[in-house]
Structure formats: structure tokens, C-alpha cells
Design a protein around this ligand. Structure first.
Ligand SMILES: NC(=O)c1ccc[n+]([C@@H]2O[C@H](COP(=O)([O-])OP(=O)(O)OC[C@H]3O[C@@H](n4cnc5c(N)ncnc54)[C@H](OP(=O)(O)O)[C@@H]3O)[C@@H](O)[C@H]2O)c1
Length: 251
């Protein structure tokens, strides 16, 4: 069987996989939710927008004769990942998730681990501080209960709506970032607390390394729970999985 992949994207790793697929001449499409205004150019054909829940994804898989799905979404994209598990089971399409291990607290770190965004909001319920809030544009409104802080926000796109707190500096930039740059950024803004999702991987780790060097406390948001699925941690292992999943890669 010649493969025809659907790659659920939104991460550096998914883009790297698409590059490898394109180089190997393996057919596939990468899918984006459409949250980012200027998505990174992809080496495979792309589609943008939600599928319409589990049923919509099942219909898409059938209509486009998808043979395999690789979930390369961000570890916090829990809804999409759960939908992929359910839809692939229903459509009988093999699924693998291309994931990265979470960051681990090390000597020199000062982490407060919280289970979710609400936990981070609760952890910020204290006196005014300079806070680097690295949670993405979609979750800013949830921090409205803590308007006392001076927030430093780094976002891929400028915020579309008014920010829910009066004192905020917005930097529009996209990773990967370097430890030295983030160190300089935190010094410049007098950062006292860093709030981060435990994304794992290398693209967003610079702020965690910089916080360690500065001895800053980090409010680390743990990953959401996901249904059981096959996981691989590298592009090579994703290709090996594809090879073993009864496909003729023709390479
Ligand atoms: N959450 C983060 O912190 C984060 C960080 C960096 C990048 N991203 C990327 O941003 C995208 C959205 O993340 P999220 O946390 O908002 O997701 P989510 O909450 O898990 O997904 C919500 C809905 O968005 C649609 N969707 C999500 N990812 C999609 C994809 N790759 N292709 C097509 N539709 C998709 C699906 O709509 P339907 O139900 O209509 O199919 C899904 O049910 C993902 O691709 C993710 O990889 C997320």
C-alpha cells in the first residue's frame, strides 16, 4: 500500500517530519488549526481549519483516502489529540503521535508545578511582580483575576483583543529562541516570575534555561492527560513506524 499521510501540525517537529516525507517522496498533507496568521511555509501541501470534531475528521480521512495519521500537535493541543485517537479508531486508520518528553526540574531550578492554566492563575495571586507569561494568546483572558502584575508577553501574532490586564509589554516574535537572548530579555524587563507550559523540546526551552541562570521561580503548567496511543520521539522513528505499518514507501 502506498501511504497517503495526514500530519496534524503546529510544532517544529511536525514541520521536520514533513520535510523528511517530502524528501523521501512520500505523499501527505499537513493540517493546521489556523490560529497563526503567518504559518511557517511547509514542504507538503497544507490544509487549514478544524475538521468539525471526531465525525468531521473521520469523514476527512475517508474522503481523502488517508492511510496513516501522525499527530504532531503541541502537547497542550489535547482536544485535537483526543479527536485523532477516536477518529482513527473509528476509521481504522493507524495513528502515531510524534511527541517530545516534558522538561524535568534540575538543580538550580525553582519550579512550582501546577496542573493547568487555572492553577497558574491561582499561583499568581500575590503581590505585584514582573511576570513573563509564556502561555500563548489563547489563554490570556484567564489571567484577568490577577491584574496587579506587570506582564511580559511574547506572542507569535499581535493580540486581537484588548488585554485583560493594564500593565503589559507585548513582544511579537516566534521561536526558536536562545538562552542568551532570553536572559537579556528577562534582565531588561526585570522579570521576577516565569509562567510556562511544560512544552518539552528545544524550541521554547530558552526561557527555562534563562530562568535557571537567573535563579527565577517558574510556575510550570503540567501537560493535560491524553488517551493512550502509540508514540515516537523522533522523525526517524516516525518513518520507521510508517515502514512497519504495512506500507510500501518505495524508497
Ligand atoms: N496549545 C498550545 O499551547 C499550542 C502551542 C503551540 C502550537 N499549538 C498548535 O496550535 C494548534 C491549536 O492548538 P490548540 O491547543 O488550540 O488545540 P486544541 O484545543 O486541541 O484543538 C481545538 C480544535 O482546534 C482544531 N485543531 C487543533 N489543531 C488542529 C490541526 N493541527 N489541524 C486542524 N484542526 C486543528 C480542532 O477543531 P475540530 O474539532 O473542528 O477538528 C480541535 O478540536 C495545534 O495545531 C497545535 O499543535 C498549540
Amino acid at each position: 500500500m502506498r501511504p497517503n499521510l495526514l500530519v496534524l501540525g503546529g510544532t517544529t517537529e511536525a514541520t521536520a517530519l514533513c520535510r523528511a516525507l517530502a524528501e523521501a517522496g512520500i505523499a501527505g498533507t499537513i493540517s493546521f488549526a489556523g490560529r497563526v496568521e503567518r504559518p511557517v511555509r511547509q514542504p507538503l501541501p497544507q490544509r487549514v481549519g478544524g475538521f468539525g470534531g471526531i465525525g468531521g475528521l473521520v469523514a476527512y480521512l475517508r474522503e481523502h483516502a488517508i492511510t496513516h495519521v501522525v499527530d504532531g500537535t503541541h502537547p497542550f493541543a489535547a482536544q485535537m489529540s483526543a479527536n485523532a485517537v477516536a477518529a482513527c479508531a473509528e476509521a481504522g486508520v493507524p495513528l502515531v503521535a510524534l511527541t517530545r518528553p516534558p522538561w524535568q526540574e534540575q538543580a538550580g531550578d525553582d519550579w512550582t508545578r501546577v496542573p493547568d492554566i487555572a492553577g497558574a492563575v491561582a499561583a499568581l495571586d500575590g503581590p505585584r511582580a514582573h511576570v513573563m507569561l509564556a502561555v500563548g494568546r489563547m489563554h490570556l483572558a484567564e489571567f484577568a483575576p490577577n491584574p496587579q502584575h506587570a506582564y511580559l508577553l511574547r506572542l507569535v501574532d499581535p493580540p486581537k483583543e484588548a488585554l485583560p490586564f493594564p500593565d503589559a509589554t507585548v513582544i511579537v516574535d516566534r521561536g526558536p529562541f536562545t538562552e542568551d537572548d532570553d536572559l537579556a530579555l528577562m534582565r531588561e524587563h526585570g522579570t521576577q516570575i516565569v509562567v510556562s507550559k511544560n512544552a518539552g523540546g528545544t524550541g521554547a526551552v530558552a526561557k527555562i534555561l534563562a530562568a535557571r541562570r537567573l535563579g527565577l521561580p517558574v510556575i510550570m503548567i503540567d501537560r493535560p492527560a491524553l488517551p493512550a496511543r502509540t508514540e515516537v520521539h523522533s522523525v526517524e522513528d516516525a518513518l520507521a513506524w510508517l515502514d512497519h505499518a504495512g506500507t510500501d514507501l518505495g524508497v
